[in-house]
Structure formats: structure tokens, C-alpha cells
Design a protein around this ligand. Sequence first.
Ligand SMILES: [Zn+2]
Length: 167
Amino acid sequence: MDRTLKDLSKQQQDFFNTVYIQLNTYQKAAELLNVDNKTISQLNISLEHIWRPITKVRDKWKLKEIGGNFWDFYNWYLTAEKKCHYCGITEEDLNELHKIGINNKRITRGRTLEIDRKIADEKYSKIENLTYSCYWCNNAKTDTFSEEEFKIIGKAIGIVWNQRLGK
Ligand SMILES: [Zn+2]
């Protein structure tokens, strides 16, 4: 569980997990927690400052079907270094590249880092297998290259990015 939830009451924690992590409806949560709709509504309002930022991370967790314990992923998400594991580019620099014009076509993909599995065969739920990758490294690495092999290739990609960025 995240430390921001630790100071909450048991009822607030249960509500949070039931609605925001397990994605039950308010109606279902009222049944499961054995409370009325008014209490559900109050719980919801009292926790808004917590669920707003956390649900953004939860949506990524759901979208990627990462599975496992949400809080393990959440802690990884908060602490992982936000640059491509292979070429080293940051999101700031990716935005810079897009401003310069990354190729002749107007591409929109690749402004943000993607979540990659270092070992492609292993599940996303294995947190130590997760890392950030830029779109280009992720796209080129596929299932063909191992993490260590692609680090060699990524180094060269990083040199090219830096040339383009005038670094
Ligand atoms: Zn990269």
C-alpha cells in the first residue's frame, strides 16, 4: 500500500481499493462495504486529493495489463528514472527533438517514454523487469535483441540524438 493511504481510516482504505484500484462501481462498493450511498459520496469527496493523481498511474497499470500488486507498480512509477534505458533520452529532450522536427513526416508518437520489458518474454507484473524506453528503441528492440545487446545499439542512437540536439 502507498504511504499516502496509510494515515486513512480502514473504511477509507477499503473504499479506495474497492473503487479506485479494483474499479467497482459506487453501487457495488456500497454493497461490498455495507454502507449507504451518502457515505460513499462522502468517502469519494474526502479522498479526491489522493485519487486524482493515483488514478492516472492506475490507468497506465490497467492499459498495459501489468497485473500484480498495483502498489508495487505505483512505487516503481514514482521512483524509476525517467529516461530511455537504452539511448538515455529524457522526455524533455524528446519534446525538443519534436520541436526541431524528428523526420519529414509529422509524427505524434514518441513524445513520451514507453514502459518496456527488459526481458520480453517475462510478464509486466514482474516489476524489476520494467524500464522506460523511447519509442524508437522500443520499436527497434522488438523481441529480437536482449537488454544487454540493445544497450550497445542504444548507445549509438543516443549519440545521434545528442548530435541533433547540439549537445
Ligand atoms: Zn531510446
